[in-house]
Design a protein around this ligand. Structure first.
Ligand code: HEM
Length: 392
C-alpha cells in the first residue's frame, strides 16, 4: 500500500498516472489511495462549485495593494491559474519550497473570485454586474470587518487539510507583492469516507443541511448557476458567489427541547425529513394542518421562509462548518461559512435573504457576522488564464 502510494505520487509529480493513463481515469477506477483523486482544474466552469464538497475548505479574501493597474492584475491571475492547475494535479506550485506537500491532492480545487474593486482598478468598471457589490444592509447583520469584503477570493477545498494549508500558502505567497490577506476562514464538513457518497452534511446545530439544494439533473440547474447575460459576455459560464459567516449561539440553542428545534427548521433532526414526511427527500407539505388547524410546518420555520417563492429564487448552497476558539467567557465560537453560487445575486439570492432577514425563527440563534460578494469568472483551458475575457 505504501509503495502504491509513493509511486503514484512520483507519477503525479511528473503529471502522469500509472501506465500513461491520466490520474483522473485512474481515480475513477478507485484503485488509488483517496489522496490521488483529482478534480480537473480546466474546463468551461471553475472547479469547486458543482464539485461534491470536499471535507475541508479555506476561504481567503485578499485586498489589492494600492497603485496596481490592469497588467499587474493579469499577472496575478496568470500566476494563480498556473499554480492552481498544477496543485490540482498533484504537482508542486511553480516556486514551491515544499513540493512533497502537493503530491496527494485529495480532490483539491481552487476557485478564484473577483470582488467589486477589481473592476475599478483594472479600468473595466462598466463590466461589473451591478449585484457584484456588498449586499444591502440587513437588520439581522452584525458585520465584523475581520470577515467582510475583499478584492479577491480564493476558495481552496480538499479532503486533506494539510493539502489545503499548503495550497493556500503557495497561492497567497506567490502574489504577496500585489495583494495582502484581508481575512481567512477555515471550514469543515464530515470526514470523507465517514458516510456514503451523496450523504447530506450535518451542521453544528445537528441539522441535516443541504437537502433541498438544486441538483445538476434538475431542470433549470444550468440557468440558475451559470451567468449568461449578454450585457456581460466575459462572465458567460461563470457565476457569482456570496460568502456569509453566520455565528450560531449554541449555548441558547442547547436550552431548546428537541421538538422546538425541529419546529424552528421545519424538519426532524434524526432523518432531516420535513415534519409532514418520513424520509429526508419527501417534499414538505406546507398546507398540512393538525387537528386544531395549526400548520404542521410552522410558517415562521426556516424552510418555510427560505423556500423559493418564485421560480428564479434558486441558488446552490455549498457551505462549511466553522468551530474556532471561543471568545473569553463563551463556550463556543461556531457557525456556518454559508457560501452560495448563483448566476444573479439580485434576482436569486437577495429576495430569499431579505425574507429571512424580515423574519425567520432561526434568527433567534444565528447572527451573520461576515459578508462578501465575488464574481466567479468561467473556467479556462490549458495555456489560458482565469479572467482573460474580462481583462484583454
Ligand atoms: C434549508 C440550516 C442560513 C437558505 C436549510 C435547512 C437547514 C438549514 C437545516 C433544511 C435542509 C435543507 O434543505 O438544506 C441553516 C442554518 C443557517 C442557514 C443553520 C444559518 C446558520 C440560511 C441563509 C439562507 C438559507 C442565510 C439564504 C439566504 C436556505 C434555503 C433552504 C435552506 C434556500 C432550502 C429551503 C427549502 O426549499 O426547503 N437551512 N440555514 N439558509 N436554507 Fe438554510
Amino acid at each position: 500500500r505504501h509503495l502504491l502510494a509513493s509511486s503514484a505520487a512520483a507519477a503525479g509529480a511528473a503529471g502522469l498516472g500509472w501506465g500513461g493513463r491520466s490520474l483522473v481515469e485512474q481515480s475513477a477506477a478507485s484503485t488509488l489511495p483517496d489522496g490521488q483523486q483529482i478534480v480537473p482544474f480546466h474546463g468551461s466552469h471553475q472547479a469547486g462549485i458543482t464539485t461534491p464538497p470536499q471535507a475541508h475548505a479555506t476561504f481567503v479574501a485578499l485586498d489589492l495593494q494600492p497603485g496596481l493597474d490592469r497588467s499587474l492584475i493579469i499577472g496575478l491571475l496568470k500566476a494563480w491559474t498556473q499554480d492552481a492547475a498544477r496543485l490540482a494535479e498533484g504537482r508542486p506550485g511553480l516556486a514551491d519550497s515544499e513540493p512533497e506537500l502537493a503530491a496527494a491532492p485529495s480532490r483539491l480545487t481552487t476557485t478564484i473570485g473577483l470582488g467589486p474593486a477589481v473592476f475599478e482598478v483594472a479600468g473595466v468598471a462598466d463590466q461589473r454586474p451591478p449585484s457584484i457589490a456588498p449586499l444591502p444592509p440587513l437588520p439581522i447583520d452584525d458585520l465584523d470587518p475581520r470577515y467582510s469584503g475583499g478584492d479577491l477570493l480564493l476558495q481552496v477545498c480538499s479532503d486533506d487539510p494539510l493539502v489545503v494549508a499548503h495550497a493556500v500558502r503557495i497561492l497567497a505567497r506567490s502574489v504577496r507583492s500585489l495583494a495582502t490577506v484581508r481575512w481567512t476562514q477555515r471550514g469543515f464538513r464530515e470526514a470523507r469516507g465517514s458516510h456514503p457518497e451523496g450523504h447530506t452534511m450535518r451542521n453544528l446545530m445537528g441539522q441535516i443541511d443541504g437537502t433541498n439544494n438544486p441538483k445538476p439533473q434538475d431542470p433549470g440547474f444550468e440557468q440558475a448557476l451559470w451567468h449568461d447575460d449578454p450585457a456581460y459576455p466575459w462572465l458567460r459560464g461563470g457565476t457569482s458567489m456570496v460568502v456569509r459567516r453566520i455565528a450560531m449561539d449554541l449555548d441558547t440553542w442547547d436550552e431548546l427541547g428537541r421538538r422546538d428545534r425541529e419546529l424552528s427548521i421545519g424538519r426532524t433532526l434524526g432523518t432531516g425529513a420535513p415534519l409532514t414526511g418520513t424520509r429526508e427527500h419527501d417534499p414538505p407539505d406546507f398546507g398540512a394542518t393538525d387537528r386544531f388547524g395549526i400548520p404542521i410546518i410552522p410558517p415562521s420555520s426556516h424552510i418555510a421562509r427560505a423556500r423559493a417563492q418564485a421560480p428564479e429564487e434558486v441558488f446552490l448552497r455549498r457551505g462549511y462548518n466553522y468551530d474556532d476558539p471561543p471568545e473569553p467567557g463563551r463556550t463556543s465560537n461556531s457557525g456556518l461559512i454559508f457560501a452560495t453560487f448563483q448566476a444573479d445575486i439580485a434576482k436569486q439570492f437577495l429576495p430569499v435573504q431579505q425574507r429571512i432577514a424580515e423574519f425567520d425563527v432561526l434568527n433567534e440563534w444565528t447572527t451573520p457576522v461576515g459578508s462578501a460578494v465575488f464574481a466567479i469568472p468561467p473556467g479556462c483551458e490549458p495555456g489560458d488564464y482565469l479572467g482573460r475575457a474580462l481583462l484583454e
